[in-house]
Design a protein around this ligand. Sequence first.
Ligand code: SF4
Length: 304
Amino acid sequence: MPSDMPHFILSHERIICFGTCPRRYAFTYVLRRPPEVVSLALSLGKAVHDCIAHVERTGDPFEPDLSARLTALDASSASTFDLALSLMFMWHYWRRRRTEEDVRYVEHPFCLTTDAGIPFRGRIDRIAFHPGRSEWIVTDYKTGKSKTPRASVATNLQLGIYALALSKLIPDTTPIQGELVYLRDADTRAAQMVPGTLAWVEDRLDSAYRDILNARTYPARRGWWCKSCKYSAGCRTLAAIPPSHLDALKALAEAEDPTMRADAAAHLCTDRVAVADHALRYAARYDPDPRVRHTAASDRGVRS
Ligand code: SF4
């Protein structure tokens, strides 16, 4: 990451994670704890997204690329391969009906700031322009079963973030069509992302940023999502972390001032806080400031 970039950058994944369960957010982004289980659904979804991007960029047939990706994932059981193949066939069917569009970007990463100065980043699955309708279209592919109700698509935060990003990348693009494409049945749910929606998205990003940075505790919020939680076995362990250690972990993860992050790393190293191991390893590798990387690496046997 370039050193002039902010340290803490918002993303749709962070907002959803924090909003669903603050404790899961703490495990993921503060403690940087590795998942207890690897989600096959997530790996499969990524393989399909990457395969679509490859086909869009090259025009190659998808089967060899998909097969190679699934083999690399060690996810090449017959049922996994059948599901991935079916998702790609559905995408191919959907894509053949969209030949009038000029696809400008696929899997497009972005990093921008809102009008209030909130940094956020993400990746847009597809950006296209329809010359006949003079309309920009942002697309998010979905590989799972659950669907957003049609009436809620206009206020879908992810599509709103995509549209906001596009409006900042390319001026005069609004109104933008946002669409969710469900690859299990090629069901497409679309809505216009008008300027009022984009203003609402900016407000949501602003409030999510403040909520996350102001959080001092990370309560467990139980619900149906616990079934697929990557930290369910260790869920209760977070409550046992002393507040001073949690404060230091939070500063290391989120403080913009590198001196605060270096002090937090020194505190965690000096006190030999075992629960901080993953966070220190992460900081030693990825913190943009060399002092923080060096301090986090000290007496841990990890090197930046
Ligand atoms: S098991 Fe449920 S309550 Fe516990 S961290 Fe995961 S999502 Fe949160």
